[in-house]
Each structure stands twice: as C-alpha cells, then as structure tokens.
Design a protein around this ligand. Structure first.
Ligand code: C5P
Length: 219
C-alpha cells in the first residue's frame, strides 16, 4: 500500500505579519505551500496528497483539499479523515518550504518494524537551558545535555493506526500538542529520530522568510 501525505496549511500566520494565510505568502517567487507540494510529488512512494486549507481556498493541482481546524492537530485530523487508505501517513507543515524529496524518503525509510513513527529532526548546536519555575526575572534551573537534544521538524511519518489513535485524544490534548509525535510519545509509542538538515526550517517571522528565500535561491 502506498503512503499518503497530509500537508497542514490552514494556519493564520499572525507572527509573519501577513494579511492572508501563511502558506500562501510568496516565498522565492511562488506561494510557500507549492515548494512542499513539489517535493512530495517527486517521491514515488507517496500515492495521494491531502492539504488542510483555510475555508474558501482551492487545493493545489493534483492534491485534495479539506478545510482545516481551529488548532494544528485539528487540521491534521481533518486531513486524515479525508483519506480512507494510505499507510504510512506522512504529516508535513506547509510552513517548511525547504523540505526535499531526500528528507521525505529518509523519514519514510526511518519507520522500521518496531517504530510507531519516524520524524525529521536536527541535532541541537546551541547550549540549551531550562528556566526555573519561580516568579521574577527568568532564571536558569538547569542546563540540558546537548548530546541528547534534537530540534524537531516535519515531515513526521506514522503508522496509520497509531496516528488515528493519537488524533482521537480529547480536544484539549490535541490543542496543546505542538507536533503529532508528542501525542504518540505520551501514549507510550516508539518515535525514531531521522537526522535532517537544519535548513529545513519553519517560517514563523519575516526574518525566517528572508532566510528561506536566500536558501531557495542558492539551490
Ligand atoms: O503556527 P505554526 O507555524 O506552528 O503552524 C504550523 C503549521 O500548521 C503551518 O503549516 C500552519 O499552516 C498549520 N496550521 C493548520 N491549522 C491550524 C494551525 C496551523 O493547518 N489551525
């Protein structure tokens, strides 16, 4: 059975300061979403692409569109429920236009027989400290062991049945999840880390957009 890809593109993108939805902001001469769609279409293992979109927006050619939800996980769930088949299921944020067919294929290949999910991630190069839980100015509680830290990206690949169970969690659990793998982890699932370039960045601010445009231009 071939894999299905769910692309979430229904976010508002307020931190980018754009009037319209973030996935449709121009990036390197085309709407940001189109870069991810092209990368997914170049992967033969992917048989179908479903895109969660803001209401009233048309899906890109060769994909199926669904209206997204209130929070990111709700958009993933809406897209998943649109597909009756396809296993494994790959979830990708349209806000990561620098994804490549190589990253996508590495994540698909990373889902070994014992794994429930395999997720793109980059090793952390900064020293990361955790803030203490006290009132007053931010104060360090401790320094984390950098050798074991990874910055998590998308794509994230899941066994279909595992993602279905994860997205059946209550509304507040889904609303609090910043990625889908964290729900699987909380259920005791095995999530593999697939090393991916740091370039596969997420566009949040106007600075991120400028950096992505220069990286796309240099390709
Ligand atoms: O806001 P953030 O950058 O974390 O969103 C990550 C991805 O999730 C984006 O591609 C955005 O379009 C998508 N999203 C969505 N539905 C929402 C919120 C975010 O599809 N309700």
């Amino acid at each position: 059975m071939s894999a299905v890809a769910l692309v979430v593109a229904a976010g508002r993108g307020e931190r980018l300061g754009s009037p319209g939805p973030k996935a449709f902001v121009m990036c390197g001469g085309r709407p940001m979403l189109e870069w991810s769609i092209d990368a997914l279409k170049a992967v033969p293992e992917i048989g179908h692409i479903v895109v969660a979109l803001p209401a009233g927006v048309q899906a890109p050619a060769g994909t199926s569109g669904v209206v997204g939800g209130q929070e990111r996980s709700h958009s993933v769930r809406a897209a998943l429920h649109h597909t009756l088949a396809g296993d494994p299921v790959l979830v990708h944020d349209a806000a990561r236009p620098l994804v490549t067919p190589e990253i996508i294929r590495a994540c698909l290949a990373g889902l070994d027989a014992e794994a429930d999910a395999a997720i793109a991630s980059a090793r952390v190069t900064d020293t990361v400290k955790e803030q203490a839980d006290a009132a007053g100015p931010p104060t360090v509680a401790r320094t984390l062991d950098r050798d074991r830290l990874w910055a998590i990206q998308t794509p994230q690949v899941f066994r279909r049945e595992v993602l279905e169970r994860a997205l059946a969690q209550p509304h507040d659990v889904l609303a609090a999840a910043t990625d889908d793998a964290s729900i699987v982890e909380a259920m005791g699932g095995t999530v593999r880390l697939v090393e991916s370039p740091r370039d596969n960045l997420k566009i949040t601010t106007p600075d991120d957009l400028r950096l992505a445009e220069s990286l796309l231009k240099a390709r």
